[in-house]
Each structure stands twice: as structure tokens, then as C-alpha cells.
Design a protein around this ligand. Structure first.
Ligand SMILES: Nc1nc2c(ncn2[C@@H]2O[C@H](COP(=O)(O)OP(=O)(O)OP(=O)(O)O)[C@@H](O)[C@H]2O)c(=O)[nH]1
Ligand SMILES: [Mg+2]
Length: 90
């Protein structure tokens, strides 16, 4: 199994289409202390959905759980994002 770690920077968004095309699953990771990383997910999802069938397995992970004391994106908000299309949230 190969894992491809892409840059989260917006500049690279459209430079990832080959990686996305070859993927069997996508893991979206955001930083629970940084709302911008959460709002950026929509653009990533849009790009993924544009090049792959919407049925591609997807998972959302909230990173930096050790920083819960400065959490800025609630788990319920993350679940709201994840659930509509059957995406898993961990
Ligand atoms: N406290 C804490 N810091 C973390 C955790 N994971 C990553 N970091 C820190 O967050 C910063 C960014 O981590 P990266 O792994 O570079 O993040 P990235 O999403 O790969 O960033 P790009 O590749 O630039 O898109 C670094 O300073 C890491 O040490 C975590 O679980 N907890
Ligand atoms: Mg990185």
C-alpha cells in the first residue's frame, strides 16, 4: 500500500490531480486548532469530486488532539462536514 502525502497549501491544490486520480481512498486532515485548515477542506473535496467518482472512500481526521485546550473547530462541526456524503470522521 502506498501513501501519498500532499501539501495542504492552496497553491498545490490543482497540482495534485494525478495523485487523486490514482487514489483508492482519500484521507483529509485538518488542524483542530486552526479554522482555516477546516474551511479549506471544501476546496479539497471539490477538487477530489471533480476528478474521481463521488463514491471514492473518504475519511476526515482532526489532528492535534493533544491541543484540545485551544481547540477552534468543534467535533460536531467536523461531523457535520463528514456525514452528508457518508464520509467517516475520526
Ligand atoms: N501539537 C501537535 N503538533 C503537531 C501535530 N501534528 C503536527 N504538528 C505540528 O504542526 C506543524 C505542521 O505539521 P506538518 O506535518 O508540516 O503539516 P502539514 O499539514 O503536512 O503541512 P503542509 O505539508 O505544509 O501542508 C509542525 O510544526 C508539526 O510539528 C500534533 O498532532 N500535535
Ligand atoms: Mg506536509
Amino acid at each position: 500500500m502506498n501513501f501519498v502525502d500532499t501539501s495542504g497549501q492552496r497553491y498545490f491544490l490543482h497540482h495534485n490531480e494525478d495523485n487523486i486520480r490514482e487514489a483508492d481512498a482519500i484521507v483529509f486532515v485538518y488542524d483542530i486548532t486552526n479554522p482555516e485548515t477546516f474551511t479549506a477542506l471544501d476546496q479539497w473535496l471539490w477538487t477530489v469530486n471533480r476528478v474521481k467518482p463521488r463514491t471514492l472512500p473518504k475519511m476526515l481526521i482532526g489532528n492535534k488532539l493533544d491541543m484540545m485546550h485551544v481547540q477552534a473547530v468543534s467535533a460536531s462541526k467536523a461531523k457535520e462536514w463528514a456525514i452528508p456524503e457518508g464520509r467517516n470522521y475520526s
